[in-house]
Design a protein around this ligand. Structure first.
Ligand code: SF4
Length: 446
């Protein structure tokens, strides 16, 4: 019996995959522990989306090298997207690594571990599957407020900057039945929110059901109070989904819509297959059908060949759309992508830095302005945890996924509380719990 300590890096899909890994290992007599000191094996579930994600893992491997030399750790494994992307190069570069396994190889982990401990050999597996969805594995979730639920794996879009189609393979969807069964399990485990995951959820397809059908089924056939999803692709956003969201109170009024760039030539070089005009049209439709929606986005600055004028187009789209918040990144070339082979990463670092600084400043101003308009409004907040800054306060989220800090006695994570927003900063709303009496008066006056 070996104890395993699993660390997760990167996106929500990796969080979900770590729950699958815990389940697979626990079924095979491995004990998952919460502290590295209690473990003989350290597994790192990694991300490959940006260069700094790689650097973080190499830095961590340097730390583990010393621990392995001192006998504090017996085996080290690198799993996930970075493992798939670098494969054996990873073990060659970092000889302390005993196991390298990609995202479709998790069911083989018990055998790979066995090989390491019984025959002192290294364990590698990078096979990508056209079919693996892990639909038959029940994720071992840590109790909390939100549960992740992956409805599909892989991606067929081949955006030129993105490594995902090479690390996670071809797109394949789970059946509606399997997704619904898992949602029912999540419901019975007491989670108040589920976040539906997929690299491009709009591409979901199973037995004639599309993503809008699936969301309607989840809203109708479960009583999970909050259902979110991430991420849809602007190129094929199903318009019917907007009505499904508008008509079902449990489907959260928040959409993460990755823009990536606001210039048509850059979008074309990225192979995003939509134009600036089409993006604007989609945003208009979303806001018409779901007026109280919060929109968030991802943007890459300094993608190959991006000129100042092309960056200004992205700046203008951000100014016009006014996203509630945005994740803005400098482009970093990823190995094996189409861009790495065909479109040189030629924007100087100082230009990327200037652009990201300008865009972040703009977004901070917009986020702050939008948040100020929340003052005086009432919201139902789902408590997630204690506030990091003040243990006497709660941190919760509105339906639109905005963080609200407030005080409330006799409450706990997972409770819903009505609050009035009294102050706002760029990233957080500050609320005041609406006392029960006042709340009923408000309801009477509606
Ligand atoms: S849609 Fe594009 S950016 Fe998103 S995972 Fe697929 S290839 Fe990557």
């Amino acid at each position: 019996m070996k104890n395993i300590y699993l660390e997760t890096y990167g996106c929500q899909m990796n969080e979900y995959d770590s729950e699958l890994i815990r389940s697979i290992l626990a079924k095979n007599q491995y004990q998952i522990v919460n502290s590295q000191e209690d473990a003989q094996v350290v597994l790192l579930n990694t991300c490959a989306i940006r260069e700094n994600a790689h650097q973080k893992i190499f830095h961590r491997l340097d730390e583990l090298k010393g621990m392995k030399r001192r006998g504090e750790v017996e085996a080290v494994g690198v799993l996930g997207c970075m493992a798939q992307s670098l494969r054996k190069d990873l073990a060659d570069r970092s000889p302390i690594v005993d196991i390298v396994a990609g995202p479709d190889s998790y069911k083989k982990l018990p055998n790979l571990l066995k090989a390491v401990f019984e025959s002192a050999s290294k364990g590698y597996d990078f096979s990508l599957s056209e079919f693996e969805t892990y639909a038959d594995i029940t994720p071992k979730r840590i109790a909390g407020v939100n549960a992740w639920l992956a409805i599909m794996r892989g991606c067929d879009n081949f955006c030129t900057f993105c490594v995902v189609p090479y690390t996670r393979g071809r797109e394949r969807s789970r059946t509606v039945e399997s997704v619904l069964n898992e949602a029912h399990r999540i419901e019975s485990e007491g989670f108040k929110q589920v976040t539906i995951l997929g690299q491009n959820v709009n591409s979901y397809k199973s037995d004639g059901n599309d993503f809008a059908d699936l969301m309607q089924t989840l809203a109708t056939e479960t009583s999970i109070p909050r259902i979110r999803f991430t991420s849809p692709h602007p190129k094929d956003f199903p318009r019917r989904l907007l009505h499904v969201i508008a008509d079902n109170p449990s489907l959260c009024k928040q959409i993460h819509l990755p823009l990536q760039a606001g210039n048509d030539d850059v979008l074309q070089r990225m192979n995003r297959t939509y134009t600036k005009k089409e993006f604007y049209t989609l945003v208009d439709e979303i806001r018409k059908i779901i007026p109280d929606v919060a929109l968030t986005t991802d943007v890459i600055v300094g993608f190959s060949g991006e000129t100042e004028a092309q960056f200004e187009d992205t700046f203008e789209v951000m100014q016009n759309v006014r996203f509630d918040s945005a994740f803005i990144f400098k482009y970093s070339e990823r190995k094996n992508t189409i861009a790495s082979r065909k479109i040189p990463d030629d924007v100087p670092e100082h230009a990327k830095t200037e652009r990201i600084v300008r865009l972040n400043e703009l977004q901070r101003r917009i986020s702050n302005e939008i948040n100020q308009t929340e003052i005086g409004k009432k919201a139902t907040v789902l408590i997630e945890s204690q506030s990091k800054k003040d243990a006497n306060q709660w941190l919760g989220r509105t339906d639109q996924n905005k963080g609200v800090v407030f005080s409330a006695e006799a409450k706990k994570p997972g409770d819903f509380v009505d609050v009035e927003i009294i102050r706002a900063t760029t990233n957080t709303l500050i609320g005041e719990m609406i006392p029960q009496k006042k709340r009923s008066l408000n309801l009477l006056s509606l």
